[in-house]
Write a protein of this length. Sequence first.
Length: 172
Amino acid sequence: MIPVIGPPLSGFLIGRETSDFTQALKYVAFSLPFSALGALFLYLGIPTIQKYLYAILIYSLATPFIISFMITTFYNKVELTYDEDTLEIRLWLKNIDPSFDPNTLFKMALDMALRKIRNPYYKSKIKTVMECPPLRVRVNQDGIVMRKNCNGIVVEATVVNDKAKIKVSIPY
């Protein structure tokens, strides 16, 4: 039973814990030898399924990737909007740890924004934000508001309970 349930469960847990597919890839790759080993034990232990070796191996090696991709796309939503004078990148992150580090969350949001934007001009502008002054963190009744203003680029992150809404405004 473990080789059947283990790979999807590991993909689910890793995808939910990391909230980003590129981060989840290294942990899923770490779990692959254990999934393959479990599939081989299942293959050797039950003689009636020995003709399905390739199907069992493909299942145990592919499902952690598929499940973690589905979970990370469900938990994260990235949206680009163009206004008259600004480009806005909005990120909604779910399942934020209550004891999160604001700088780590901020860096993760900027990395996701960099992957979403294709224009090299805007990519270079977003990369400069990390070298600007530190975050200003303000605590409200609603949640935590983090803000960074650098060379006209305004990055604002609002964390309420276990959800984060991040908005990056870049002037044209």
